[in-house]
Design a protein around this ligand. Structure first.
Ligand SMILES: C[S@@+](CC[C@H](N)C(=O)[O-])C[C@H]1O[C@@H](n2cnc3c(N)ncnc32)[C@H](O)[C@@H]1O
Length: 279
């Protein structure tokens, strides 16, 4: 059962299963999709956070149903996303090695055209407790066009300007050093300010979404996030004059989304000029 959870001039948030809601949206109506799907890593294991041993479990929504069922779900939501994308639209998906190969394979099965993979390096990643593996320190983002025929949007000159006059590279470094080259994506994990309305266990940094949105959409475009969580995508979309559709199954995450999105909308009302805050 799906429902409109929040609506304003520029935003619609739906509560429910993304497959059901995507199916109810009009075909070819969205310019860009950002998806941060469950990585299915909640298996009762432990990890290290802020020097303490903690459970890796994020919630029932992150539990695996077995590889084949998980992959079938990836195919299903990627197919539903492809239907709502405009012919020249693009999709970005983030994930770790546990999920991203399934997503990439599903995209190829469905006829998406892979455009880039971005490596987002995290120098402050949790240490590896077992000492039997390298420390997992990055996530991968796949950027793909709806089909082989798509003439995808890429704001090349803006990216070059942000990159200090050089071509923007496909490497994201999550490190704030003064002399970090601008052509490498160099921005920190979510700040305390970004979590002041509450925390989502897998919240993405706003700056990551700002870069993605500026690279692949224009003012007035419609952006959709089928696993919106705390709506980091929506905050970045509103900040840059785009329209936003968010979907999540969990009402508590949507309540957090509304708090964040209302503040962003209020900021725009008091400061109508669009600014590139953290790019
Ligand atoms: C990895 S988190 C996304 C976090 C988000 N990027 C942020 O910055 O806050 C995945 C989200 O997908 C939601 N979810 C899981 N299964 C879903 C489904 N079938 N339909 C809609 N949402 C779902 C979860 O409730 C969770 O908030």
């Amino acid at each position: 059962m799906s429902k409109v959870f929040y609506k304003s001039d520029a935003i619609v948030l739906y509560q429910g299963d993304c497959l059901e809601i995507l199916t109810s949206l009009p075909e070819r109506s969205v310019d860009m999709i950002f998806a941060d799907p469950p990585y299915n890593l909640s298996d009762g294991g432990i990890t290290c956070h802020a020097g303490r041993m903690v459970s890796v479990d994020k919630g029932d929504w992150d539990k695996s149903k077995g590889f084949e069922v998980d992959h079938d779900f990836a195919v299903a939501w990627l197919r539903a996303c492809q239907r709502v994308l405009k012919d020249d639209g693009t999709i970005w998906v983030s994930g770790t090695m546990h999920k991203i190969y399934s997503v990439g394979f599903a995209m190829q099965q469905l006829g998406y055209r892979l455009l880039n993979e971005i490596c987002w390096f995290k120098p402050n990643a949790s240490p590896n407790l077992s000492c039997r593996y390298f420390t997992h320190s990055h996530e991968t983002l796949i950027w793909a066009a709806k089909s082989e025929k798509s003439k995808h949007k890429f704001n090349y000159e803006l990216m070059k300007q942000i990159a200090g006059g050089r071509q923007m590279r496909s490497l994201w470094m999550d490190i704030n050093v003064e002399d970090a080259p601008q052509d490498i994506w160099s921005i920190g994990t979510p700040t305390k300010e970004e979590k002041k309305y509450g925390k989502h266990p897998t919240q993405k940094p706003i700056a990551l979404l700002e870069r993605i949105i500026l690279a692949s959409t224009d003012i007035g475009d419609t952006i959709l996030d089928p696993f919106t969580g705390s709506s980091t995508t929506g905050v970045a979309a509103i900040r840059h004059g785009r329209l936003f559709i968010g979907i999540d199954i969990d009402e508590h995450f949507l309540e957090l989304s509304v708090r964040r999105l209302k503040e962003e909308e209020d900021n725009l009302r008091t400061k109508p000029q669009l600014t590139l805050k953290s790019v």
